[in-house]
Design a protein around this ligand. Structure first.
Ligand code: UDX
Length: 434
């Protein structure tokens, strides 16, 4: 069967390359000419470990091609994975205009039976609208099905998540769609959960909102730890030993960011409210997350008192390690607050500096991007940690201390051991522990 993947963002690229790796014939398509021309030559526009190799090897094998000819790609496809963006609108709901546009394009090219699979994160009931749009615009009486197969890819490990998934959710309403999708994922039979479409759509939003809530919960607990002698890492460890709770996603810090959690928790709250369900639980979790940056900037003030004209080394810009992505990264708001207070910043990140430069270009004396943490630490009055990159945990702290004007670290991700840094003579502030 011929597979088309529409949209070549994070989700689309990994899906296209992953399905090709399973041995299917895949055409990836996007309306962005430049992106397609680059990726056709194996130049991947995003940093995602293992993705370059996966794309390159499948381009060579001939399992994967890229095209900007959307009409032709749809016409030739039996299965169409929709991986276009569903960005957040001002009211928190998801902007579904790209999905609608793709549905109309599919309708125009419905020359034989096709299975349309929603892969992007979409609100429950989206399949109803896709079906309705295709039915309204199709020019033939060819049949089609819509199915939901949500992605659960974590940035930084998206390739291994795709090739070795914990679970594959398949939401279908016909036997034909079920057979096709289960066939595509035949090698993962024991990890497949088949549901109806509304359920599959909701599983994605419900999972991400739950994880976001878990993070806000431990962040709330960390606030209590800071007012007592409790240590949030040990609290999390103790909680996590209960298999009903589990130890993952209990890392306190400056809050979750990225393209999924902030958007999905707001979207689910919105969907629930539209359906007349009280969604205050999720709204509160989201509010707790928004507070993290203010709490963190207060910590910096606690260390430096007045921020005006203070030089601060900012280590970590990406919303999490192993990615160059800064979408909804807490670093954006931390930088904004520090600049508003008149601080001078020296920023450093192993991958995300170029992206941050688009938002915050260099400014003489006010904002500089540095190639290494040691360079960033030069004459700094304090160093703040915003992303827990491995490289930062391995820093030569003696060298850092020599470079700094004042040996003060404000660590938003608990990268260092308080005993070790204090022994070296640093004043050290971290999250939920002394
Ligand atoms: C997430 C989901 O994990 C994935 O299943 C979904 O498909 C897309 O959204 P991703 O956004 O790539 O993936 O990042 P993830 O690793 O889940 O981290 C999200 C955010 O939560 C990051 O900002 C991270 O720093 C933060 N986080 C995570 C914490 O603050 N504490 C934790 O314990 C875990």
């Amino acid at each position: 069967m011929n597979i088309a993947v529409i949209g070549t963002g994070y989700v689309g690229l990994v899906t296209a390359a992953g399905l090709a790796e399973f041995g299917h014939k895949v055409v990836g398509t996007d309306k962005d000419f430049e992106k397609i021309s680059k990726v056709s030559q194996g130049i991947v526009p995003i940093y995602e470990p293992g993705l370059d190799e996966l794309i390159m090897s499948n381009l060579k094998k001939g399992n994967l091609v890229f095209s900007t000819d959307l009409d032709k790609t749809i016409a030739e496809a039996d299965i169409i994975f929709v991986c276009v963006g569903t960005p957040q609108r001002d009211d928190g709901s998801a902007d579904m205009s790209q999905i609608e546009e793709v549905s109309r394009q599919i309708a125009r090219n419905l020359n034989r039976y096709k299975l349309v699979v929603e892969k992007s994160t979409v609100p429950v009931k989206t399949s109803f609208w896709i079906k309705r749009t295709i039915s309204l615009h199709k020019k033939t009486d060819q049949e089609f099905d819509v199915a939901s197969n949500p992605e659960f890819l974590r940035e930084g490990s998206a390739v291994s998540d795709f090739l070795n998934p914990d679970r594959i959710i398949v939401g279908v309403e016909t036997q034909r769609a079920r057979d096709i999708l289960c066939g595509i994922y035949a090698k993962f039979r024991e990890r497949l959960l088949v549901t109806n479409i509304d359920t599959a759509e909701l599983i994605k939003h419900a999972s991400n909102s739950f994880l976001a809530m878990k993070i806000s919960y431990i962040n709330l607990i960390s606030n209590i730890c800071e007012k007592t002698d409790a240590n949030v890492e040990q609290v999390a460890e103790g909680m996590g030993l209960d298999p009903r709770i589990g130890g993952r996603f209990l890392k306190a810090g400056i809050g979750y960011g990225g393209s999924c959690f902030p958007k999905d928790i707001k979207a689910l709250a919105r969907i629930g409210e539209e359906l007349g369900v009280d969604m205050s639980l999720l709204k509160e979790a989201d509010r707790i997350n928004a507070e993290r940056v203010r709490i963190f900037v207060d910590k910096i003030k606690q260390a430096l008192w007045i921020l005006k004209d203070k030089q601060i080394a900012v280590l970590g810009l990406a919303f999490k390690p192993e990615t160059d992505d800064i979408r909804e990264a807490p670093s954006i708001r931390v930088i904004r607050s520090l600049l508003q207070e008149g601080a001078r910043l020296r920023l450093c990140d192993p991958q995300a500096s170029d992206n941050m430069k688009q938002l915050y270009p260099e400014e003489p004396d006010r904002l500089r991007y540095c190639a290494s943490p040691y360079d960033a630490a030069e004459k700094a009055n304090a160093m703040v940690i915003l992303t827990e990159w491995d490289d930062f945990a391995k820093l030569d702290l003696k060298r850092i201390k020599e470079a700094m004007a004042n040996p003060i670290i404000v660590d938003g991700r608990n990268v260092f051991s308080p005993e070790a840094v204090k022994k070296l003579g640093f004043e050290y502030y971290s999250i939920g522990r002394k």
